[in-house]
Design a protein around this ligand. Structure first.
Ligand SMILES: [Zn+2]
Length: 396
């Protein structure tokens, strides 16, 4: 296996896929080298490049689609310019008499020490990446500390709120690597990736793309979660999209986003209240009633809350969340059970692109044909019920 040379004069063009300067512990280095398939080349979108970086008005720069991108399509798979600790647990220690210092002084010292270490990695970067790195820094606000560390702090804030997302099981967003120091807990000993193009992707509370870290290719992968039209801005969520508007505002403030106006769910007060109420409700599992439909009611009356939920998730732009997948499967299974094959296929078709974006693979082929639906467990259970035999099915 060939690894990029350490030569200071090496150019990016010499290494297809580029390379990453890493500020990591020996433990994490071993984790990376032991990852099956490392270092595979980054994936290439099947139809070539589909985006450009351009002005996004008050938001600065942004990423825009140059052709129609379908849900599930790979947009880019980018190797970061740098991977470094979010908040090191082991790599440096402050040994001053910290008791005499104020919180702010301590924070500044830690940032300064951290910055010195990051600078080691920065100095090893190819000059193209150093330039791109500093240009990115210039497009962000920072906290007045060391310039390089100040930029990274933003990315760390990004990660911090993603961690909150995880604990709330509302999905993940951010540039967190799936790498961590031995015995690390919480925020310390985690790693973050700083990419050239991906860092230009702006935030949206109902984003049209999602991201995922891959150690085997050592890349951050961006995939569309719904269809994106030509010229449309490509967005990801910097914070948990299921948080309330007030919580999102807190998470977005460190990025300089003080009043997110990405959609009516953010900019319109009345609409924002509806969006908050919906977002609080999405994690509550819908459990179909055990009783059969009352006579005179449509057979699928009991599943209407799930139909409505899927529609609301779409209206909020939350196709890339677990709840969209969960509700879609409920509807596919329910309509298979009721032998409404067309509706089952219709919901499967809605799920197809999102599934590919989130799981990185195609939805099971059984969900794409009449034969597949008719061969499902739920269809068979529906047959048993039609014969008048008691059947207990869970659609959860
Ligand atoms: Zn917003």
């Amino acid at each position: 296996m060939d690894y990029p040379p350490d030569a200071v004069d090496a150019k990016l063009v010499d290494i297809p896929g580029g390379w990453t300067e890493c500020f990591i512990t020996g433990h994490v280095k071993r984790l990376i080298y032991d990852t099956p398939g490392f270092a595979r080349p980054p994936l290439s979108p099947p139809n070539g490049r589909s985006y450009r970086i351009g002005s996004a008005c008050s938001k600065g720069l942004g990423m825009f689609a140059t052709r129609v991108i379908r849900a599930g399509d790979l947009i880019l798979d980018e190797r970061p310019m740098m991977v470094c600790t979010v908040s090191s647990s082991k790599t440096f220690r402050v040994t001053l008499e910290v008791a005499k210092l104020s919180d702010e002084q301590r924070r500044q010292i830690v940032l300064h020490e951290w910055g010195k270490h990051i600078k080691l990695a920065f100095d090893r970067m190819p000059s193209e990446n150093q330039k791109a790195f500093m240009e990115q820094f210039n497009s962000h606000e920072h906290d007045g500390s060391d310039e390089i560390a100040g930029y990274i702090l933003f990315v760390h804030q990004h990660y911090l709120y993603s961690l909150i997302d995880i604990t709330r099981r509302v999905g993940t967003n951010g540039l967190m690597c799936d790498l961590q120091d031995k015995g690390a807990t919480g925020f310390k000993g985690r790693y973050t990736a700083i990419c050239k193009d991906i860092s230009r992707i702006n935030h949206c509370c109902g984003p049209n793309a999602t991201w995922k870290w891959h150690t085997d290719t050592f890349t951050v992968r961006i995939t569309a979660t719904r269809d994106i039209g030509i010229g449309e801005e490509i967005t990801i969520a910097y914070c948990g999209p299921l948080l309330s508007a007030a919580e999102r505002a807190m998470c977005l403030a460190p990025y300089g986003i003080l009043h997110c106006k990405c959609s009516p769910s953010c900019s319109d007060e009345a609409r924002s209240k509806i969006a908050d109420e919906r977002r609080a409700r999405f994690p509550i599992l819908l459990i179909p009633p055990a009783d059969p439909p009352k006579s005179g009611e449509p057979e699928d009356a009991w599943v209407q809350p799930a139909v409505q939920r899927l529609q609301e998730l779409e209206e909020e732009g939350l196709e890339g969340t677990f709840y969209f997948t969960q509700t879609s499967f409920q509807l596919i299974n329910v309509y298979s059970f009721l032998h409404d094959v067309n509706k089952a296929l219709w919901y499967a078709n809605k799920l197809k692109g999102v599934w590919k974006a989130l799981e990185g693979k195609d939805l099971d082929a059984a969900y794409s044909s009449e034969e597949g639906i008719k061969g499902s467990y739920f269809y068979s259970a529906g047959e048993t019920r039609k014969k008048g035999m008691p059947v207990k099915v869970s659609f959860i």
